[in-house]
Design a binder for this molecule. Structure first.
Ligand SMILES: [Fe+2]
Length: 205
């Protein structure tokens, strides 16, 4: 047996062992989370799925560009098409697009702060945004709101390996469900230089 053939077989058996837990994880409902105080009071005129570029602004958003994509699924694992997916997050300095968040005059106007998109036929969505940063009292996160028919889910996405995760009250409350909302953001040179990317699938309960 050639070494590559052996590697292939080893890979296959590992995949068979891993499959059931992966399958189970993928169809466990995404845990809900509080909306928090910073959902926009008025949606920005430009509220598309590219938060790094704002219509009428020359400068791009500051921070590390992050491509975040995934699928919206129902609890049977079936794709949910035409779901509205909204995200909102603070800029690279920790300032939200919201009149009650301090420092609005310093806010990065090159960052959209909020974006929305609609899932395609296979339930897919994607955003170009920035890698979330920490702000006072919170570990980095991206807020999500998903609307599909009469179903609505509000949650927060976290980033693997962030030192603040275990000190964050909301994150700790997730307990064993934290893995369902924690996403690895890895270098994504094939998409865009110096960008990172990650996948966040959302399962509606
Ligand atoms: Fe937040």
């Amino acid at each position: 047996m050639t070494s590559s053939r052996r590697a292939f077989l080893l890979g296959t058996s590992a995949a068979l062992i891993a499959a059931p837990s992966w399958l189970r994880a993928s169809t466990m409902p995404t845990p809900r989370a509080t909306e928090g105080p910073f959902y926009p009071t008025a949606l920005p005129l430009d509220s598309d799925n590219d938060l790094v570029s704002v219509t009428g602004q020359q400068a791009k958003a500051r921070g590390t560009i992050a491509h975040v994509s995934g699928r919206v699924l129902d609890s049977a694992g079936k794709p949910v098409a035409n779901a509205r997916v909204e995200i909102w997050q603070c800029d690279w300095q920790g300032i939200y697009l919201h009149p009650r968040d301090g420092g609005q005059n310093r806010r990065d106007t090159g960052f959209q702060g909020f974006g929305a998109t609609t899932t395609t036929g296979d339930g897919s969505y994607r955003f170009r945004t920035i890698k979330p940063v920490a702000y006072a009292g919170r570990t980095p996160h991206i807020h999500y709101k998903v609307k599909a028919g009469n179903r609505e889910l509000t949650t927060q996405m976290y980033v693997t390996g962030e030192a603040g995760n275990e000190r964050d009250g909301l994150y700790r409350m997730l307990g064993g469900n934290a893995s369902l909302v924690t996403v690895t953001l890895a270098p994504a040179l094939q998409i865009e230089p110096e960008a990172v990317s990650g996948r966040f699938d959302i399962v509606l309960g």
